[in-house]
Design a protein around this ligand. Structure first.
Ligand code: XUL
Ligand code: CO
Length: 439
């Protein structure tokens, strides 16, 4: 049985290929800076958009044609769907996948039944992982769709909801461990507020921290040694999400003594919703030792909400790979396509076109970034721009050898600062194009 009879395992055919079902840039075994493309990116496919997305929007129902799915919320349908998912992962040569508990298995009539449903589907996931070699990048719990989470989960005003969420994450952690998941993600679902008149923000943040500490403690008790990740997002569904951006997350983690247990999962469309670039969020997380993984997608600047589109822009992928390489690679994380096909792209084959495009864009971005790094042109420019800090007064300031009194004495003697130099933004933007042209 195959769900995609007309799709072969996608192969690398090189930039001149006209075959839409081939990679033009993603050549998994090609070595760049001493590491294969496969290991640089550790591509991952998400279960929720790719296998549970229907194309529904606030104006109309789903449009997606998914012949393998009978549309029911039965465990049997979920198990059949899992087999199809692994056919797609394998045909795309994706080494990883990621899920929410509720993507893979339906809720039952009560928590006990819900847990059992998850176990029954995990049996198939485990079998399929073994048969195909595809691995679990991360698991997470959906604590935002069910109406019980209307006020949030760990930040709910209702203590019972906190308790339910704890039970849910306990189980999700167990299943993530069972399936060899390399990370566990918390995206803040409805952890935020719609207004401050009805919200005790301090109490909610204290609860959120308590919840994360419980997760760390429980993971330790079951021997789950995957990396915990928080995924920043500023808004949607709430007006203010507590995990609003990389800086807010790092501050939260430090304030509550969680920073040694968590890193960040940086998502492109979340960065832009926060008014930042992906490059900014990656650099900020990286410099704080918090870069754990990325959710690869892109938004539409004319729409301005979380459209979760597939990334095809070489500037974006180049900038992303530049930052990942600058900060020493993606570690146990990966390039996880948290992206969905458009409502109008309703055929199964569109899932392949979308992922091939995203993987190729990242592969080319990696090659461009490597070429920029190999020439040293950009790094030399930046180093030179800060050269006044390498000796003289700059070096003394950095070494902590001087205070305001010494600075005053220095400037009184010198009278005026040495001449400033151009930042050369336009020169650099054009210089980056040179590498895009040449790769
Ligand atoms: C929501 C989002 C989530 C997380 C996992 O915007 O990105 O899908 O990645 O909960
Ligand atoms: Co995401």
């Amino acid at each position: 049985m195959t769900a995609f009879p007309d799709v072969p395992v996608i192969q690398y055919e090189g930039p001149q290929s006209d075959n839409p079902l081939a990679f033009r840039w993603y050549n998994p075994d090609e070595v760049i800076e001493g590491k294969t493309m496969k290991d640089h990116m550790r591509f991952s496919i998400v279960y929720w958009h790719t296998f549970r997305g229907t194309g529904a929007d606030p104006f109309g129902p789903g449009t997606a044609v998914r012949p393998w799915d009978d549309g029911s919320e039965s465990v049997e349908n979920a198990q059949k769907r899992a087999v199809v998912a692994f056919e797609l992962f394998t045909k795309l040569q994706a080494p990883y996948y990621a899920w929410h508990d509720r993507d893979v298995a339906p809720e039952g009539a009560n928590l006990r039944e819900t847990h059992a449903n998850l176990d029954a589907v995990a049996d198939v996931l485990e079998e399929q992982q073994k048969a195909t070699g595809v691995k679990l990048l991360w698991g997470t719990a959906n604590m935002f769709s069910n109406p019980r989470f209307m006020h949030g989960a760990a930040t709910s005003c209702n203590a019972d909801v906190f308790a339910y969420a704890g039970a849910q994450v306990k189980k999700a952690l167990e299943v993530t461990k069972r399936l060899g998941g390399e990370n566990y993600v918390f995206w803040g679902g409805r952890e935020g507020y719609q207004n401050l008149y009805n919200t005790d923000m301090k109490r909610e943040l204290d609860h959120l921290a308590k919840f994360f500490h419980m997760a760390v403690d429980y993971a330790k008790s079951i021997g789950f040694d995957g990396q915990f990740l928080i995924e920043p997002k500023p808004k949607e569904p709430t007006k203010h999400q507590y995990d609003s951006d990389a800086a807010a997350c790092m501050n939260f983690l430090r304030a509550y003594d969680l920073d040694s247990h968590f890193k960040l999962n940086i998502e492109t469309n979340h960065a832009t919703l926060a008014g930042h670039t992906m490059m900014h969020e990656l650099d900020y997380a990286g410099m704080q030792g918090g870069l754990g993984s990325i959710d690869a997608n892109t938004g539409d600047l004319l729409l301005g909400w979380d459209t979760d589109q597939f990334p095809t822009d070489y500037y974006l992928t180049t900038q992303t790979m530049l930052m990942i390489m600058k900060h020493g690679g993606i570690g146990t994380g990966g390039v996880n396509f948290d992206a969905k096909v458009r409502r109008e792209s309703f055929e199964p084959i569109d899932l392949f076109h979308a992922h091939i495009g995203g993987m190729d864009a990242f592969a080319k971005g990696l090659k461009i970034a490597a070429a920029i790094r190999a020439s040293g042109e950009l790094a030399d420019f930046v180093k030179n721009r800060y050269s006044t800090w390498d000796s003289g007064i700059g070096a003394k300031i950095e070494a902590g050898e001087v205070g305001f009194a010494e600075l005053e004495a220095y400037m009184l003697e010198k009278g005026e600062v040495d001449a400033n130099q151009s930042g050369r933004q336009e020169y650099l933007e054009h210089m980056i194009n040179k590498y895009i042209d040449r790769v």
